[in-house]
Design a protein around this ligand. Sequence first.
Ligand SMILES: *Cc1c(COP(=O)(O)O)cnc(C)c1O
Length: 486
Amino acid sequence: MQYVSTRGHAASQSFSEILLGGLAPDGGLYLPAEYPQVSAAELDAWRKLSYADLALEILKKFATDIPQADLKALTHKTYTAEVYCNARSREAAAQITPLWVLEGKNGAQLILQALSNGPTLAFKDMAMQLLGNLFEYTLARQDAELNIFGATSGDTGSAAEYAMRGKKGIRVFMLSPHRKMSAFQTAQMFSLQDPNIFNIAIEGVFDDCQDMVKAVSNDLEYKNRQKIGTVNSINWARVVAQVVYYFRGYLSATAGNEQKVSFAVPSGNFGNICAGHIARMMGLPIDKLVVATNENDVLDEFFRTGVYRVRKSAETYHTTSPSMDISKASNFERFVYDLLDRDADRVRALFRKVDTHGGFDLSGKPGSDGDEFRKVTQYGFVSGKSIHQDRLETIRSVQSKYGVTIDTHTADAVKVAREYLTPGVPMIVLETALPAKFNETIQEALGHDAPRPAGFENIEALPQRFEVMAPDVEQVKKFIASHTGL
Ligand SMILES: *Cc1c(COP(=O)(O)O)cnc(C)c1O
């Protein structure tokens, strides 16, 4: 299996070659030269598999340059009941992404698929935990080391740290805005005592942190010498790891392959739902892929009108589903490539236009850049938007009707999912975080605290390990160099 760039001007590469990298050298994103297909017989056989074995079957099709025995060891080390222990029962933990049927009447089932039972209580663990093990394995084979450098306002940074803690050959240097994250998120990250994890609290806002990461990335000499890498949401292995739970959800919700299901996905950078698109392209019988956004509705706008318009910082809202507060959707280019029948020249022109004009228009109207919007429904995509008041109402209604507390991101997806229920087609809503992470809004909606999983009761009281620094790139560079010894 070879991987090609969506912009068509980069040499094709193997899975292991793109594993540790980010963007392709031409600025595009990597995708397989063609999607592997899954037969009905394979789907039948997969129904009985454990999550780890299902992950192996899917990974095998994409990571063809890693020996199968090694892949098996990696998926079995990653997808265990011990790692996904924050599920509501031991039995649910063993299923890794257990389903929770909310509504079964008239065939219009509403189902939650829990993706948030890993160490940081959010779905990013699903892929990041595998990535940690894949990175350690690959670095050991190459006798190499890697220093992951990034900026976080919450979920991504903690998922990366919990995935990389204690891993040989890997260090993590993570910037976060000093005193700007919630007490819970701060405690999650800063309580890690592993010597290969470095938390750097910057006296500034998240944008300052991100600017510093960009400045370091642009210093190629420093970046190469210090072996700096990233683990952002465009990483291909993260997308593949996410493909697995769409198969798992489908197989658990259906009895035979003639049945279809829909998925509703709380979306920001389009990483999660991009994996759903790939599962569908592989032949998984998915009816609709429901894109749910919050007030930052770049994606809802595209899927309603065909116009993709990125937002400026001033137009990007801080919401109560903060992990979806994006100004542009970094994985969206992967879908556009397929939508344009893999015409890399046009993809390159469109995303150049994003840089120069802030977007593009595929509506087919006079003066637009194309008319491919008419084909969007052939790919199953529909969309909707949910705002703060919708979140509060959805959290209340799911609590009172089904006795389940959902987090704010999942609430956005439930709100939009309800607009697309079809009799006879189960609607699986991906639950992307546990409510304990967003307790302030649960308080506002329900008047009481969200339940906290065992072991998290006193997390804010644990000793914390972090450095405070001014937003000064040179100081951060010196800090990194002094700890890598490179
Ligand atoms: C990251 C995140 C999302 C958005 O996922 P994308 O892959 O960026 O679309 C949704 N919910 C939670 C809780 C997240 O952490």
